[in-house]
Design a protein around this ligand. Structure first.
Ligand SMILES: C[S@@+](CC[C@H](N)C(=O)[O-])C[C@H]1O[C@@H](n2cnc3c(N)ncnc32)[C@H](O)[C@@H]1O
Length: 365
């Protein structure tokens, strides 16, 4: 049975925006909490109609609005049977480094767990974690968690990868170096390819059915042949047209992109114009204690002058802060960093894609 439309036309507009931008399924019960989370943005735009008209013109604002409707529940080693099976399951690339993506990583526990299971077996690994929620991505970058994030996790495993930091546990340097995070909307093309593992668990369960299969098609296209897709037992099944093989595991299952299948069917969104993929977040809707996002991004950039990711984040923050000249100078500097001959191939590819996206934003009127 379809629910009656909300009597307030602004709320109907909000529903359309959230569904269109994120693919999320509208749940009216989330409205009060989401409006509460959006209160700083609502105040800044003089109410819902004002916020909606800005969001319609600015995709990043629209994503921030949609992000208020997400559910971010997560913990380290969730569905451990899948994670523990991975090192024996995934193809090892010729360079030896396994690349993995936690798509919809929330505050990052899943990404760090992916890194940990490979490091436990001595396998070099690079993990990208991405989420629509900029505040969650910032929290993932901090890599500090309370006890609740480790529920059901063996203390010894936790302590091998996290060190105590007061009441919290902070990812140790080896784990932190293996995991990188970015804001990414799963409605956009995948920000990377050549992956041995994509984990997108407990994410598509919240999406509309049409959006789910488009997301899966993109995730599968990002996998190398033989690469593994992890979904949670409650997530919708991938369409048979994607040609995935079901891999039974003790107490769980996974999907594998067949080694012999070169092409993945295209299941694109019908009418949405192409948009650049934001590289690193600058949240305007802080969750929990307020974060001075600009200062944080600037601090990272000054601390890591050689790091293209940190410099790109600074360029985007400058763009957001309405300082296009400084942003342009920073982007030029990023180009010089990407010209370095010793840069790993993957970092170069990611950096170039993000640089192109940032330049597009700079050139937009
Ligand atoms: C319940 S958490 C799952 C976290 C982790 N994968 C796990 O299994 O524990 C779902 C996450 O998906 C993210 N999400 C929902 N829709 C998204 C979209 N369109 N693009 C990117 N992330 C999205 C939410 O922000 C949220 O952090």
């Amino acid at each position: 049975m379809t629910a009656a439309p909300h009597p307030d036309p602004a709320v109907v507009g909000l529903q359309r925006l959230v569904e269109g931008v994120s693919g999320l399924r509208w749940n009216p019960a989330q409205l009060p909490g989401a409006l509460e989370r959006l209160s700083p943005l609502l105040a800044a735009h003089g109410g819902l109609p004002g916020l909606l008209s800005t969001a319609r013109a600015q995709p990043r604002v629209a994503e921030q609005v949609a992000a208020a409707f997400t559910v971010g529940e997560t913990w380290f080693m969730r569905i451990r049977e899948q994670l523990l099976a991975l090192p024996d399951l995934v193809p090892r690339p010729s360079g030896g480094v396994v690349r993995a993506w936690s798509a919809g990583c929330s505050t990052g526990e899943e990404a760090y767990a992916l890194a940990a299971v490979f490091q436990e077996r001595g396998v070099p690994v690079e993990v990208w974690g991405s989420d629509l929620r900029a505040d969650a991505v910032l929290s993932a970058q901090r890599g500090e968690y309370g006890r609740w994030s480790f529920r059901g996790v063996d203390d010894a495993l936790r302590d091998r990868h996290f060190e105590r930091c007061g009441e919290a546990f902070r990812a140790r340097p080896a784990l932190r170096q293996a995991a990188r995070f970015l804001v990414h909307n799963l409605q956009d093309p995948a920000p990377m390819t050549g992956l041995s593992v994509v984990s997108c668990r407990n994410v598509t369960i919240y999406l509309q059915p049409e959006a789910v299969q488009r997301v899966y098609a993109r995730l599968v296209a990002a996998l190398v042949p033989g690469g593994v897709l992890l979904l949670a037992p409650s997530d919708p099944r991938p369409d048979a047209a994607l040609g995935l093989e079901l891999v039974p595991l003790p107490g769980a299952s996974a999907f594998r992109r067949p080694a012999a299948r070169p092409e993945v069917p295209r299941m694109e969104r019908p009418v949405t114009p192409a948009r650049p993929v934001p590289f690193t977040p600058v949240p305007a809707v802080p969750a929990g204690p307020p974060v001075d996002a600009f200062a944080e991004v600037r601090r990272r950039a000054y601390e890591r002058p050689e790091d293209p990711d940190a410099q790109l984040a600074l360029a985007l923050a400058l763009l957001d802060a309405g300082q296009p000249d400084r942003a342009a100078r920073t982007l030029k500097f990023v180009q010089t960093l990407l010209d370095r001959p010793d840069l790993p191939e993957w970092t170069l590819a990611r950096g170039q894609a993000a640089l192109a996206a940032a330049r597009q934003r700079l050139e937009r009127p």
